[in-house]
Design a protein around this ligand. Sequence first.
Ligand SMILES: [Ca+2]
Ligand SMILES: [Ca+2]
Length: 198
Amino acid sequence: MKQQNASHEENGLVPYQRKMAARFHTFDRDGDGVVTRQDFRLMAVSVTETFAVPPESDTARKLHDSADTYWKGMAALADRDGDGQITQDEFVAAAQDGLYGDEAAFAKVALSWHEAVFEAADSDGDGRVTPQQLRGMLVSLGADPDQAATVASERHTDADGLITEDQILRSVAAYYTTSAPQRVFPEPGTLIHSSVTK
Ligand SMILES: [Ca+2]
Ligand SMILES: [Ca+2]
């Protein structure tokens, strides 16, 4: 990997804030300008639809439970006025104060959710997904479909052409805890509604 010895502007908080501001828009699934528990429910539904997870299954239950855990964690960090709504400013400030540089905090809030999404995608349960399944994961979480396809195809695969859960969870943790450049999610204002074409 190429070492970037650029200014703080490029390596520090500013790009992290920009990345989280973009991410906020993909969390706002119903597009009402704030993130609420309902948006997390919709996110879980989107994953179950993408991977045709049966509604009564263990995997579906895990998705909904962990989405709720994720919501509660983000609300605890972000919803400073306790009105059940997270604004973009609250979201960015919470990510910066509560997640930036803190993998343990990220794990507490969001790891069970990302594990559940992986479980939904990993249809044969061998702990690895295909690039196509990874693309489905990214798109159902709000990524731009073209960017998601590019990222999925660039992932280092193992000898069977598959990507491991460990690789994916590491990269998700890095996404939320470092200033690593945003590559998967669209900029604010260019939100593309999730539509996986099969
Ligand atoms: Ca919303
Ligand atoms: Ca698999």
